[in-house]
Design a protein around this ligand. Structure first.
Ligand code: FES
Length: 122
């Protein structure tokens, strides 16, 4: 978006503040995207952007989003985990479409998207 007026700048600022609230909030769910070098090389940034966008579109206020480094599963990148309480579900081989689906299935409906799970900690 090109900034042409003070209104444009305000819009960008509001959007950024919404995203920061999503990243920093204390929430029921925590989503962590692995952003090590191989994660980024295989598309982790696009996955992160899709997750933030889908959460924002759906107006979910119960999710905190953050990033982590390498978790040692290079061949399954891009990776992201969804945590709730003591349960941590790692999803692998992600792309933006799968990431959006995980928001809908896991974060909205509370169901694990089984076929994309690479590891579960309880
Ligand atoms: S950066 Fe992904 S496994 Fe090392």
């Amino acid at each position: 978006m090109k900034i042409r007026s003070l209104e444009d700048l305000k819009k960008i600022k509001e959007e950024a503040q919404k995203r920061i609230a999503v990243r920093e909030g204390h929430a029921e769910y925590k989503v962590v995207v692995c952003m090590g070098t191989c994660g980024i090389a295989s598309g982790a940034r696009q996955v992160m952007a899709a997750i933030l966008d889908e959460i924002s579109k759906r107006g979910l206020g119960n999710v905190a989003v953050s990033q982590a480094g390498c978790v040692g599963l290079c061949d399954r990148e891009p990776l992201a985990s969804v945590e709730k309480g003591s349960e941590k579900v790692f999803y692998g081989d992600l792309n933006p479409e799968k990431a959006r689906q995980i928001v809908a299935t896991h974060l909205v409906n509370g169901q694990i998207q089984g076929e994309w799970v690479v590891h579960v900690e309880r």
